[in-house]
Design a protein around this ligand. Structure first.
Ligand code: SAH
Ligand code: F3S
Length: 433
């Protein structure tokens, strides 16, 4: 009987891809298959996130529960950003953990598996040209890494300390992966990196010059690729050439993530984001001018050290002006190894909570207005998932979730849909011939 793995993936899309890489390695080299439940697994992996403090706290109680539920002899591995950050301390605090494998070390999974109490957390380890095996969570969508690590030093962010310096993955590898995925049914390619539009600044070996705009063009030239998405671009690097390619390339989905963090130029400076409120608005307006139906999503941190009421009002002002489709909003969480945790003017928790609530409430009101605007309109929807009750779900180019009546034959296909019902969470459409 083959061995079974159970994996829990927390955090961002890059973690999702790292989990896919580990699964590919485990099945290719060790013959592992997915377990139906944790109790049945021979290997339990927790792929962690360390961007905020709360999930890190939860990790240890989770390890405790998992070790009670697991079958005798099953191994537990802690992977990802918290593994990089805490290293061997994890095994000291939770002796039931068998190994610790940091982000950027996932190619070593089949090796640490056989080394008791192994700790591999080198953030300089270069996996940029490692030929991972193939595994995709979705048959119809392929996540592809285009870089590892991050070279920005945003003063609140732990990621550069857990994923290391930024290295771009050679374009030949990315294109090969995209081609293979599209030929085997994943018509949508999702390019991933902490800062995708910084692509091509540094490769680990000799490599012809290529930037993100060139890469987008090259991926779109693969005939079988129908849709291209990417995350996350950095507002600072949204130059005109990039926005023009985004606007005119029909294969690029018209949804853009623009992580604002704060609308106050003073706070943006303290965050070391490298742009001002005016630059952000200029880029967002330019984008809307070029692509009127674009949907823009963002990340916002409230309660950053030194954030006064008037700084927060600047954030609310950008929210009013840009009308984001989606806002991922967070209360500032002080992280180890980051300069912001030492800054003066730490904002009391209640103030942060109040501001967070205001962002979320105002955004919900705006969403209610936006959803009305969608009613009756026609969109191209790429269907990816079967839903109960004879329904299928997919997304419009600008990333709205749409359900429609239909079955398997719609999966992996794009159909024209008229929106007949909308809610904050998604829409219902009717397929029109
Ligand atoms: N480069 C990635 C950032 C990864 S972290 C990107 O642009 O998406 C994802 C988000 O978590 C950040 O954009 C930020 O909004 C939030 N975040 C990061 N560090 C944080 C902290 N210390 N406290 C609260 N939120 C934080
Ligand atoms: Fe973090 Fe800023 Fe990089 S948010 S991941 S340091 S772009």
């Amino acid at each position: 009987m083959s061995k079974k793995y159970y994996i829990e993936t927390l955090g961002c899309a890059m973690n999702v891809r790292d989990s896919e890489h580990m699964i590919a390695e485990l099945s290719l080299k060790e013959g592992y298959e997915a377990a139906e439940s944790l109790e049945e697994a021979d290997l339990i992996l927790i792929n962690t996130c360390s961007v905020r403090e709360k999930p890190v706290h939860k990790l240890f109680s989770e390890i405790g529960q998992f070790s009670k539920r697991k079958k005798a002899g099953a191994k537990i591995g802690v992977c990802g950003c918290t593994a990089s950050h805490l290293g061997e301390e994890i095994i000291k605090r939770a002796p039931s953990v068998d190994f610790v494998l940091g982000a950027r070390n996932v190619s070593k999974i089949t090796e640490v598996l056989h080394r008791p109490k192994a700790v591999e957390v080198d953030i300089d380890y270069d996996e940029s040209s490692y030929a991972f095996g193939e595994f995709r969570t979705s048959l119809y969508k392929a996540f592809i890494n285009i870089s590892i690590g991050c070279d920005k030093q945003c003063s609140f962010c732990i990621v550069p300390h857990t994923r290391g310096e930024e290295i771009s993955i050679p374009a030949e590898l990315i294109l090969q992966e995209a081609q293979k995925a599209a030929r085997t049914g994943a018509k949508e390619i999702f390019l991933l990196g902490q800062n995708v539009n910084n692509y091509g600044r540094r490769f680990s070996g000799e490599h012809p010059k290529m930037d993100f705009t060139d890469l987008l063009k090259a991926v779109s030239e693969i005939e079988e690729v129908e849709r291209i998405r990417f995350t996350s671009p950095h507002p600072l690097h949204m130059d005109d050439a990039f926005l023009e390619e985004f606007a005119k390339n029909p294969k690029i989905c018209k949804s853009m993530h623009m992580p604002l963090q704060s609308g106050s130029t003073r706070i943006l400076k303290a965050m070391k984001r490298g742009y001002s409120k005016e630059w952000f608005l200029d880029r967002a307006f330019r984008l809307r001018e070029m692509v009127p139906d674009v949907s823009i999503s963002t990340d916002i941190i409230v309660g950053f050290p030194g954030e006064r009421d008037e700084d927060f009002e600047d954030t609310m002002d950008v929210i009013e002006q840009v009308r984001f489709e989606q806002i991922f909003s967070f209360k500032y969480s002080p992280r180890p190894m980051t300069p912001a945790r030492e800054y003066e003017g730490q904002v009391p928790d209640e103030v942060g909570s109040k501001r967070l609530k205001r962002v979320q409430e105002r955004h919900n009101e705006m969403l209610d207005e936006m959803k009305e605007e969608r009613l009756g309109r026609l969109y191209e929807v790429y269907f990816e998932e079967l839903k109960p009750g004879g329904m299928v779900a997919g997304r419009t180019g600008n990333n709205w979730l749409v359900h429609a009546r239909g079955s398997e034959e719609l999966l992996g296909r794009t159909a024209r849909v008229k929106i007949v019902e909308t809610s904050r969470l998604g829409s219902v459409g009717e397929i029109v011939a």
